[in-house]
Design a binder for this molecule. Structure first.
Ligand code: PLP
Length: 360
């Protein structure tokens, strides 16, 4: 350990890098192909790219001015979109920032943060930064959450549980009764609805009953602006006010604000694209039904968790990469023969199916 590391907070010094997705040029270099031949289906991004109206909204901005610390225009537009009061909404630099803010607000070192593996990795990553005790309760065989096992973990030191619905990478929804069972314990329950525009399913109505519910949403996937980093939370007025109090003052930049306002003005077109991606996921499912050696888990998102019977996930990953197709692989043993494939454009679906035929 260096002198510098001795000065660091010990839990921070040992945090490992979060490996997000590589840029296309890097993927191409590793696979020995040209960057333009890369098909990115590894981050559930929007393959249609940004809407023209959003790109245009980014011109002539007052870049020399600081953004609004109270996010007034943004929160007003989000209020109209969600039908929730302005006071119940806060925007973050991606859903990721909201997850981090929740840790800062609620979790002291050694207190419990609960998630249900396999799930989105940022919950545990942010919990490690908070020096929390991360309790990962395994999901059942169908990837539902295991309420009896979770209940055993909920004690005086438990602060917050994170549940994605649809869950990434398994694609299934959190049921209302399971959400209620956890909310009734009184700990904070963050229901991550990043893929809401694909699933059409929300637990927002429960906000009327529970002060400890946080609904998390994002503009990264359906609105195609992952690069601008905007997400938001809906929760009780009290909880949102505390999040507003502790956030970085200028957390949403001018470009992110303009893009979200444009996205919401053109929401029908964007929701149309989301619908197309769901159709492409369904087309992939139908094609997989015809293929031997491969199956999939039912999904409500813009992605599919595909299981290989005769290949390891690593072999399938390498086989697809040779065709220029990059998907998501996982380190958890329960996913040793599974890959997550994002829904793409119709042309990309054809390429994926052709590649899968030779890979399985
Ligand atoms: C379940 C889930 N929650 C949150 C996020 C973070 O999204 P954002 O880009 O808004 O930070 C992702 C992104 O992959 C996700 O899959």
């Amino acid at each position: 350990m260096s002198q510098l590391e001795k000065l660091m907070r010990p839990h921070m010094a040992k945090i490992a890098t979060y490996h997000g997705v590589d840029p296309s040029a890097e993927l191409a270099r590793k696979a020995g192909i040209e960057p333009e031949d890369v098909i990115r289906l590894n981050a559930n991004e929007n393959p249609y790219g940004p809407l023209d109206a959003i790109a245009e909204s980014l011109t002539n901005l007052e870049l020399h001015l600081y953004p609004d610390t109270q996010q007034r225009k943004l929160r007003a537009a989000l209020s109209e979109y969600t039908g929730q009061p302005f006071e119940r909404i806060i925007a973050g630099a991606g859903g990721d920032e909201i997850i981090d803010l929740l840790m800062r607000l609620f979790v002291d070192p050694d207190q419990k943060v609960i998630d249900c593996e396999p799930t989105f990795g940022m919950y545990a990553f942010s919990a490690r930064q908070a020096d929390a005790k991360i309790v990962s309760v395994d999901r059942t065989e169908t990837f539902d959450i295991d309420i009896p096992a979770m209940s055993k973990e909920i004690d005086d030191t438990a602060r917050i549980v994170f549940l994605a619905s649809p869950n990434n990478p398994t694609g299934n929804l959190l049921t209302e009764s399971n959400a209620r069972a956890l909310l009734d314990t009184g700990i904070v329950v963050c229901v991550d609805e990043t893929y809401y525009e694909f699933s059409g399913s929300t637990l927002c109505p429960l906000l009327e009953e529970y002060e400890n519910l946080v609904i998390l949403r994002s503009f990264s996937k359906w609105a195609g602006i992952a690069g601008l980093r905007v997400g938001y939370a809906i929760a009780s007025e009290n909880l949102i006010q505390h999040l507003l109090d502790i956030k970085q003052p200028y957390n949403i930049n001018i470009a992110g604000e303009a893009a979200v306002l444009a996205a919401l003005e053109h929401k029908d077109e964007l929701l149309g694209r989301a619908k197309s991606l769901v159709s492409e996921r369904q087309r992939l499912e139908q094609e997989l039904d015809e293929l031997e050696g491969v199956s999939y888990y039912p999904s409500m998102g813009n992605f599919l968790l595909v299981k290989f019977d005769r290949r390891t996930a690593e072999e399938a990953y390498v086989g697809l990469a040779q065709h220029g197709i990059f998907v998501r692989r996982f380190s958890q043993p329960v996913l040793h023969n599974a890959l997550r494939i994002s829904a793409g454009t119709p042309e990309q679906t054809v390429r994926v199916i052709d590649a899968l035929r030779s890979v399985v």
